[in-house]
Each structure stands twice: as C-alpha cells, then as structure tokens.
Design a protein. Structure first.
Length: 71
C-alpha cells in the first residue's frame, strides 16, 4: 500500500513539472482570441443577405427544427 502512495506521489510531481500542457493552453488561448476577432469582424455581415439566412438556418437546426435543415 505504501508503494501505491509513493508511485502516486511521483506521478503527481512529474505531472506538475510537465510543461507540454502549457503549449496546449497557449494554442487554445490563441484560437479563442482569433475566434472572438472573427465574430466581431463578421458582425458587419449580419445586416442582411445570405449570411443572416445561413446563421438563422443553423440556429434553427441546432434548436431541433429539422424542417429548416434540409435544403
């Protein structure tokens, strides 16, 4: 039983020291910033036309209105 705790402690200490996960978090933050920038940039396209129709159809499909989903 003692060895189990020692192994678990060693695993946790190596997990905390690992720096590979930091890169994943950095990439996730970059993707989040780019996504926010795209949403802000695309707001100008939502004043009418095809893009608004597309967004409305996607929203309706996500809400379960499957009659709108089929072309």
């Amino acid at each position: 039983m003692n060895q189990l705790f020692v192994r678990a402690g060693n695993f946790m200490s190596s997990f905390v020291k690992e720096e590979d996960g930091a890169q994943v978090i950095e990439y996730a933050l970059i993707i989040a910033v780019v996504s926010i920038a795209l949403v802000i940039a695309l707001q100008g396209l939502t004043t009418g036309g095809y893009f608004t129709t597309f967004i409305n159809r996607v929203a309706a499909c996500l809400q379960g209105n499957m009659g709108v989903c089929n072309p």
